[in-house]
Design a protein around this ligand. Structure first.
Ligand code: DI6
Ligand code: FE
Length: 397
C-alpha cells in the first residue's frame, strides 16, 4: 500500500514534518517514507486527501482494567470530604479492590473494553495496562488475563505491568512484610511463569510502599528477568526515582516532587519520565514536575492518561496532551512525542512511535492541518482513520 497526498509528522527530529508525503507499507511495516515526488514507483496509490499522518498514539500508563465505579467518591470529595478521609473509611483503592475481586472476568473485560474504545477513538494503537486492584494472587492474575484478552478483542497492542505493590490489602493491614512475601515469593513468580506481565511496577509513596520495600520487589523482578517501572515522587520526594534508575527502570511516572538528584539519576540510566497531568488535575495538586530540568538533562518525556477510577478518570489521550501543555508547560511537539516515540520507549518498544522505515505501520490520520493542532483543542477529536500493522482498522481511506 502506498499512501499519498498526506502530511507526515514522522517525529524524527522535531515533528519531522514532510509536507507533501508518501508512505509505502509492506508486510505491516513502513518500507519507505518521504516526499511524494520521490516515492518508489509501481505501487497502487491510496489518496489520503491531504490529511495529517502521525504514528499511532501510545498510552503508556493506565489502570484500565478494574471493577466498579467510584463516582460517589467524586461527589463526596466535592462536598468537602478528603481523599485521605475516604480512604480511612474503607473507600479509595480498597473500594476498587473489593469491586475488582468480586467481578468475574467477563464483567471486567466488558467495562475495560468500553474504556478502551474511548482511547481507540482517538488513534491509540498501543496501550499499557496495570494490575494492582486485586492484591491477591487470583485477582491479580485475573486482571492481567483480562488485559491480555483486550488485544484479541480490539485492534490494539497491550503491554501489561504487574503492580502487586500498589497498596496494602486489608487482610495484611498488620503484616506489611507478609504481603511483600506474597508479592515476591508467590504472585510475581506465578505471573512471570504464565507470561502475563511485561514489566513490574510499584507505588513508592508515604501512603503506599517505602524505598526499601520497593527495592525488594525490584530485586525479585530482576531475578525473574522482568523490567521495572515506578510510580515515584507523586505526592512527596522519597527518592524512588533514584532507586528505579539503579535498576535501569524503563520509566518513572508522576514525578511531581522529583529533585535535581533524581533528574540526574534517571538521565544517567536512560529512564523515561512519564508525566500524568490527569492525576495532578483531579487531585488539584500544586507542585508540577520539573519539566525544565528534565529538558535540560535530555530526559525523554512521555505523557499518559493514568486512566484509573480514583485519581485520573481520564479516558482521552488528547486531553492528557492538552493538560501536559497547559498544566506542565510542555510544547505541543513535546506532548505529541510524549504519546508516540517517548511513550514507546517507556514501554521498552523500539519498533513504533516514528513514521520511519522499519517501524511498524501503526498510523493515525487526522483532519487537521498541523501536528501542533492535536494538543490544542479540548474535547474535540479530529481523528479520520487508523492503520494498524498496515491494515485500515478505523475510518476509510
Ligand atoms: N497513583 C495514584 O494516584 C493512583 N494509584 C497510584 O499508583 C490512585 C488509584 C486510586 O485511587 O484508585
Ligand atoms: Fe498510575
Amino acid at each position: 500500500m502506498l499512501l499519498t497526498n498526506l502530511k507526515a509528522a514522522t517525529m524524527k527530529d522535531g515533528y519531522g514534518l514532510i509536507e507533501d508525503a508518501a508512505i509505502l507499507i509492506e508486510g505491516g511495516r513502513i518500507a519507505w517514507a518521504g516526499p511524494r515526488t520521490e516515492a518508489p514507483s509501481g505501487h497502487h496509490a491510496t489518496d489520503c486527501a491531504g490529511r495529517l499522518a502521525t504514528p499511532g498514539l501510545i498510552d503508556c500508563h493506565t489502570h484500565l482494567v478494574h471493577g466498579g465505579s467510584r463516582a460517589h467518591e467524586f461527589e463526596q470529595r466535592l462536598t468537602g470530604v478528603s481523599y485521605a478521609e475516604i480512604a480511612r473509611a474503607g473507600g479509595g483503592i480498597a473500594a476498587t479492590v473489593r469491586m475488582t475481586r468480586a467481578e468475574p472476568e467477563a464483567g471486567l473485560a466488558a467495562s475495560a473494553l468500553r474504556r478502551l474504545d474511548a482511547l481507540l477513538a482517538e488513534g491509540v494503537t498501543t496501550i499499557e495496562v496495570k494490575s494492582g486492584y486485586g492484591l491477591d494472587r487470583d485477582t491479580e492474575i485475573k486482571m492481567l488475563k483480562v488485559a491480555r484478552e483486550l488485544s484479541r478483542r480490539r485492534p490494539v497492542d497491550v503491554v501489561t505491568s504487574y503492580l502487586g505493590a500498589h497498596a496494602l490489602p486489608p487482610e495484611y493491614r498488620e503484616n506489611r512484610a507478609g504481603y511483600l512475601d506474597l508479592v515476591c515469593n508467590e504472585v510475581m513468580p506465578a505471573v512471570a511463569r504464565a507470561g502475563l506481565a511485561d514489566a513490574v511496577d510499584a507505588f513508592c509513596e508515604g501512603i503506599a510502599f517505602s524505598v526499601e520495600e520497593t527495592r525488594r520487589v525490584f530485586a525479585v523482578a530482576k531475578s525473574l528477568g522482568l523490567p521495572v517501572k515506578l510510580h515515584a515522587e507523586q505526592l512527596s520526594n522519597l527518592g524512588g526515582a533514584a532507586l528505579a534508575a539503579e535498576f535501569g527502570a524503563l520509566s518513572v511516572d508522576h514525578i511531581e516532587y522529583l529533585d535535581q538528584a533524581g533528574v540526574d539519576a534517571i538521565a544517567a540510566s536512560g529512564t523515561v519520565a512519564v508525566l500524568l497531568p490527569g492525576a495532578f488535575y483531579f487531585l488539584r495538586e500544586k507542585q508540577a514536575p520539573p519539566v525544565a530540568a528534565l529538558r535540560k538533562a535530555g530526559v525523554p518525556m512521555a505523557v499518559a492518561t493514568d486512566l484509573n477510577p480514583g485519581t485520573s478518570p481520564v479516558h482521552s489521550i488528547l486531553t492528557a496532551m492538552n493538560m501536559a501543555c497547559v498544566l506542565f508547560g510542555l510544547t505541543p511537539e513535546e506532548a505529541l512525542r510524549g504519546v508516540t516515540d517517548n511513550a514507546a520507549r517507556a514501554l521498552g518498544l523500539y519498533d513504533r512511535g516514528l513514521l520511519t522505515p522499519g517501524m511498524r505501520a501503526d498510523i493515525a490520520l487526522w483532519n487537521t492541518e498541523r501536528p501542533g493542532d492535536l494538543a490544542y483543542p479540548l474535547g474535540f477529536n479530529p481523528l479520520a482513520a487508523v492503520i494498524r500493522h498496515g491494515d485500515v482498522v478505523r475510518g476509510m481511506l
